[in-house]
Structure formats: C-alpha cells, structure tokens
Write a protein that binds this ligand. Sequence first.
Ligand code: SER
Length: 339
Amino acid sequence: MRKSAILITGANGEMGHGLITALHKKNNVNIVALDLNPLDDSISVLVHEELIGNILDQGLIEQLNGEYEFDTIYHLAALLSTRAEFSPRAAHDVNVGGTLNLLNLAIEQGRSQGNPVKFFFPSSIAVYGFSGLDEKNDAGTIKEDSYRNPTTMYGCNKLYCEHLGNYYTNNYQRLGAEKHQRYIDFRSIRFPGIISSKTIPTGGTSDYIPEMLHAAAKGEVYNCFVREDTQIPFITMPDAICAITTLMDALEANISCTVYNIRSFAPTAEEFRQKVLEHFPNAEIGYSITEKRQQMVDSWPADTDDSMAKKDWNWKPVHDLDSGMKDYLVPDLQQMYHN
Ligand code: SER
C-alpha cells in the first residue's frame, strides 16, 4: 500500500520552515520533506519522512512515486535570483528541469489516483521586467498580465514554469489516445520580497531588506546594496504562508487563473531604513551600491496589483509595515538575538 502524504521540496528553505510549521498545525497530514540538506531540528520533528536528495535525481523521484500517494505537492526548491545570475545553467537545471520532474511526478500520481494532484508553485515578481527605471516608474502598480519580460535568469525560469504548470493542467497530451483528463491542479503565487523573523534568505536580490533588519537586530553594521529610492513590494513570512494555504484550500470554482500577485507594503530602501531605526535607534545602516544587483531590482515593479487574489480567494494580509514590525518581526528578533 502506498502511504498518503503531501510532498514539500526545498523543505529546509525559508518558506519551507514556515509552511511545514503551518501545515503541521493545520491538519494531521503526513509531510514528506525533500531538501539537499538535512532539515533543521525545529522542523525535522514535524515531518513524517525527511529525504536528503536532489530534485534532479530521477531515481529518487521514482522512489517517491512508488512509495507515496501525494494529493498535494508544494514545490519550493529553487536557486534564487542572485545565485541564478552567477550560475545560469545550474539555475535552469534546478528551476526548470527540477520543476519538470515534479510536474511529471504529479501527472503520474494524478493518473494513478484518478484525481488531479494539487501543485503549488512559488513564482516571483522577477517574472516582470522593465527596460529601465523610466519604464518602471511609468508603469506604477502592475497586473498579472502586463510587463512579463524578465531580464533575470530566475525570472525567465519562473515565467516559463508558470506556463508549464498551465500547460500540464489544461493541455497535457492533448493529442494522446487517452480522453483528456486533468491530472494536476496547478496554482501559483507571484511573491514579492519576503521578510521572515526566523531566517535570512540566501542568494536572493530582495535580500537587502531582511539583511538590513537582521543586522540591526544583531547590532551589526549593514551597507545596503541598492539606492535609497529603490522600491519593490514586500510581505511578511506569516502572510506569505497564509496566502499559500488559503489559495490551496480555495474551491476550484473560485479560481479564475493559475497565477496571482500578492503584496502587502512597498517601502523604498530608505523608508525601510527609517522604520528599522525607529525600533533599533543605534543601528548603523549605510549604502554601498552594487550596480549590477541594482539593475536587477530596477527591472522589478515598484508595486503589484493584487486585486484578483482579493476577489477570487479573499486574500488580505494581516501585517502592514507598521504592524509587521511591531507585532511580529521586532519581538521575534529581540528574542532570537538578545535572549
Ligand atoms: N525574492 C526573490 C529574490 O530576490 C525574488 O522573488 O531572488
């Protein structure tokens, strides 16, 4: 008998930490967690099985297919945007090839179970792309179907995988002998930058905001690698996790598209610096701009329009910038670094 479970890839990453904790609390599901590295102790105790391995390992994917019946797959594993620029080939292998492997696993599972497997894919504001600051400033707040001209490898990978998810859901084997059936139910969110109190991201480009905050809480000097006026949207990790679980729980009839924007607040780097100084008045935060990373952030929108998520599945963040700092980030950081 195959065991019923849900699968989370990239389980030891920032988002994996929050998602495993939330899913464990929410219902009594068997979580199979896959990551290149062992899970941290705090989440290792919450999962049914922990697998250390690579999503590019076909043998491992086949083993998972043989042992489990997954009704839901959360495919979080990816190389983030800065790392992807340093190693574009590896990024394509992992971000695209890895996603294809997981989509194929979902198809196999959906076919054998006779029910579509729910598939969650975290996309990103990096799928949008502007030719430069003038276009970014003119565009303002943007909707899902505009400016999808990514200039980063990560953005290209994410946009293509959104299309693959759509294809696998709606047109997979459209010319095959089998009567067309839906084997997967692909749902995706284009995340803005995410700020967590528990973890600091590695390899991203929106990292200047969480890095600034964590450095201030630790009492370390921080030099921000983008200009003061740089603006993209952000969200707290609890709101990001809540968005995932809400979207995945939404009735299929209410879902009108495969990919949704969400956002909460969109401070400039300097506005965020000022907010950090309100809570950590002795923080030493300066600027040391890395022009190449600046260009990447300048190609991303200053803000996104999340009205479709609001309409279809009642998306509403709990935290704005003030309450996110006061009720979540600052208390957790004080406890983490000063106890
Ligand atoms: N936060 C991601 C990164 O910076 C973009 O979605 O790579």
